[in-house]
Ligand binder design. Structure first.
Ligand code: PGA
Length: 251
């Protein structure tokens, strides 16, 4: 089995003003520096206005920086959009794309996510592509079909383990306190890897994160689940102690 280093990614969503964001990121950066060798990579994805100050505050630490979305274009007349080039300029190495909140609130389709991923990868960013079924789709037995179609439709040609991370986030588990069972997570992650193998040469090296109500109390079990290569964490990434505990639960 390919060695896949765990990635613990914090999605701050629309939370955090400058002072809080700087404190949180600096705290995590300090813990990472002080910890020496750890079994995980750690990433924070603050709101856009905080990228530059947070990027500067953590520049000399192993803590990575990412955006929560980006445009499919690099510059031009696109009011309100942020380009992948701008993320790179702010010190980002990653960008979350196709989060279910973007798919729901902004009507992002697989084709849109794919175009954004292509642009992001072209700027040297790693695209964290989010997929996941709704509760109704799971109850109707459609979870595999929905997620399989999202994976196939959202990945640009030529993507590989160095340029793409997948985040499986069942929509019904996000911010609800409900998590998928480890057995369901293992089954879905195995299915996603098999789908990836149809389109990528190095599917066994691609990191597949689980997201949806990951907390310190359930992290160790989820992170030890087959084919789980890290976590995309929302609520619990806003508290340094909780987010750090999720990281250190990785073995
Ligand atoms: P949550 O969010 O951890 O608050 O459930 C996860 C996500 O949406 O990325």
């Amino acid at each position: 089995m390919a060695e896949r280093r765990k990635l613990i990614a914090g999605n701050w969503k629309m939370n955090g003003l400058k002072a809080d964001g700087l404190e949180l990121a600096s705290d995590l950066a300090g813990r990472l520096k002080g910890a020496g060798a750890v079994a995980f990579d750690m990433l924070v994805c603050p709101p856009f206005p905080l990228l530059f100050p947070v990027g500067e505050a953590i520049a000399d630490s192993p803590l990575a920086l990412g955006g929560q979305d980006c445009a499919a274009k690099l510059s031009g007349a696109h009011t309100g959009d942020i380009s992948p080039q701008m993320l790179k300029d702010a010190g980002c190495g990653f960008v979350i794309l196709g989060h279910s909140e973007r798919r729901q609130d902004h009507g992002e389709t697989d084709a849109v996510v794919k175009a954004k991923a292509e642009a992001a990868i072209g700027q040297g960013l790693v695209a964290i592509v989010c997929v996941g079924e709704t509760e109704a789709q799971r109850e109707a037995g459609q979870a595999d079909a929905v997620v399989g179609a999202q994976v196939a439709g959202s990945l640009p040609a030529g993507a590989n383990a160095a340029t793409v991370v997948i985040a499986y986030e069942p929509v019904w588990a996000i911010g609800t306190g409900k998590t998928a069972t480890p057995a369901d997570v293992a089954a879905m992650h195995g299915f996603i890897r098999a789908e990836l193998a149809k389109v990528l040469g190095d599917a066994d090296k691609v990191r597949i994160l689980y997201g949806g109500s990951v907390k310190p109390g359930n992290a160790a079990e989820l992170m030890a689940t087959a084919d789980v290569d890290g976590a995309l964490v929302g609520g619990a990434s806003l508290k340094a102690d909780d987010f750090w505990a999720i990281g250190t639960s990785c073995r």
